[in-house]
Ligand binder design. Structure first.
Ligand SMILES: Nc1nc2c(ncn2[C@@H]2O[C@H](COP(=O)(O)OP(=O)(O)OP(=O)(O)O)[C@@H](O)[C@H]2O)c(=O)[nH]1
Ligand SMILES: [Mg+2]
Ligand SMILES: [Zn+2]
Ligand SMILES: [Zn+2]
Length: 464
């Protein structure tokens, strides 16, 4: 029989389904050390050299060997064991009996990194596991974008339920593993705190120095279920019933710092070439010509990650172009593509913080209008094309034509978008304590790039 292989979304190693291990779920079962999970969580195994290099700021070469990285690992993890008997059934739905305490467990883990696997990772019926990487240079707005987008998706009547839900049981979203808690720790408790406690996020830490919380290293995972209309009329028994579909979405929030650094991109962003889609955020505050039109120095600093107008004009787009080159080079390398071959991962180029430039656009520009996709329950192609056209126009007008050409020379499927995560008139303000505070985010067109990626994957249909 054909072996079913799966790709672990945590460590990016491929395995046969039969290799999956179990972790005991009985809280009273004896705890043990788990070096594999500890390595994964601390990022030590793969990143030791880079950590040492950064800490001492010297090139340590190959002097650090695996043995030297053996850490003092405490016995705080639940027991790991291989299922006995019918492995396939155990993995599919029966679970496995712990060889220490005799209790049944359903917690399946990766044989390499020991992270918990959702059944969808290896369920062959669930062919659409989407890995979406959110990329862009430091301060481009990646974390704010992701924090607000997830909020919009996860709400009871959120984006997904509205667009794909057809009845009460359809269109539901669930957080997988610890995604719910991590969402709250990383995004929710800052951006959605009550009243005037709402603050903007800190810079995302390099996943080399802090693997634990960084969404660059550990994905935020969500499982989506929905019903698709059968191709047969609904009166035909069973064949006419809606078809239940499901997919997992793995979202990585890269740290701009890692992408700007050639040595770290290789270690920190291993998931890049496995991406089903890329969202590349482009900060309008790096468009020299646009920034020169802005007057309010304080507002500029608050939107531009603390940078002053004159520095922004000096920096321009150079770092962004550099990041694009490194990403393309990395993906080509991993996929074994020649320098002349185009990368076929769909790329949504998203100009962020559009609240800052909508006032400069024509009053009837589509960028300023409410997104039509959710109401139309599909990706509205005409609107998508119009936005693509307007955003490219905005970039050309503001000195970023070279960027459009660079992307076209590297990727075969590029679509342009403009979003505001915080919303109109919600550029962060500085309070007397020097904190950057915001009103509750009221995003504008924030789901458009993801909806386009869903459309590319066949999850969402196109509508006229
Ligand atoms: N006006 C406005 N400002 C925004 C918006 N989104 C982000 N910003 C500003 O941009 C800053 C940086 O946003 P982040 O999301 O933290 O940037 P990042 O890309 O995650 O940066 P790194 O974590 O360093 O890679 C925020 O602190 C805000 O000041 C937006 O929609 N509108
Ligand atoms: Mg960030
Ligand atoms: Zn046990
Ligand atoms: Zn793994």
């Amino acid at each position: 029989m054909k072996k079913v292989k799966f790709l672990c979304p945590f460590c990016y190693t491929e395995h046969d389904v039969e290799e999956i291990l179990f972790r005991c779920a009985n809280p009273h079962c004896e705890k043990e050390p788990d070096d594999r999970l500890e390595w994964y969580e601390s990022g030590m195994k793969n990143n030791a050299k880079e950590i040492a290099r950064r800490k001492n700021d010297v090139d340590v070469g190959n002097e650090i060997e695996d043995e030297e990285m053996t850490m003092n690992i405490s016995a705080r993890y639940a027991h790991v064991f291989s299922p006995s008997g019918n492995v396939k059934d155990a993995i599919k739905n029966k679970g496995a009996i712990c060889d220490k305490c005799g209790e049944r467990s359903y917690m399946r883990i990766c044989p390499n990194c020991h992270n918990e696997l959702s059944e969808y990772v290896y369920n062959p019926k669930n062919e659409k596991n989407m890995i979406v990487s959110v990329l862009g240079q430091r301060g481009a707005g990646k974390s704010v974008f992701l924090g607000v987008l997830l909020h919009e998706i996860l709400e009871a009547d959120g984006v997904f339920t509205s667009i794909l839900g057809r009845n009460k049981n359809s269109g539901c979203v669930e957080s997988v593993n610890d995604s719910r808690n991590r969402y709250n720790d990383v995004f929710g408790k800052f951006m959605y705190a009550p009243n005037d406690a709402r603050r903007i996020l800190e810079q995302t830490q390099s996943s080399i120095l802090n693997a634990k919380e960084s969404g660059a290293y550990r994905p935020f995972i969500y499982n989506f279920k929905y019903d698709e209309k059968s191709m047969f009329p609904s009166w035909i028994p069973s064949l006419g019933n809606p078809i239940r579909k499901s997919f997992d979405l793995y979202l990585f929030d890269a740290a701009g710092e890692d992408l700007e650094n050639r040595s770290s991109i290789n270690i920190a962003n291993r998931y890049l070439s496995y991406s089903t889609g890329i969202v590349f955020l482009l900060d309008p505050m790096h468009l020299t010509e646009f920034v020169s039109k802005l007057q309010d120095e304080k507002a500029i600093r608050n939107a531009a990650y603390g940078k002053a107008k004159k520095d922004l004009i000096m920096d321009g787009l150079d770092t962004t172009l550099n990041v694009i080159e490194q990403i393309a080079e990395r993906i080509r390398h991993e996929k074994g593509l020649k320098g002349t071959e185009l990368i076929d991962i769909p790329l949504a180029v998203v100009v962020s913080k559009c609240d800052m430039f909508i006032p400069f656009l024509d009053a009837d520009a589509a960028i300023g209008q409410t997104s039509p996709h959710i109401q139309a329950r599909g990706f509205v192609t005409a609107d998508g094309n119009q936005i693509d056209h307007e955003v490219k126009g905005f970039l050309e007008e503001n000195g970023a034509g070279g960027l459009i050409r660079k992307l076209a020379n590297n990727f075969s499927n590029v679509h342009y978008f403009a979003v505001s995560a915080l919303g109109k008139n919600n550029n962060p303000k500085t309070n007397e304590k020097g904190e950057h505070i915001i009103a509750r985010p009221s995003p504008h067109r924030i789901a458009d790039p993801l909806l386009w990626l869903w459309h590319q994957e066949g999850i969402l249909k196109a509508v006229q």
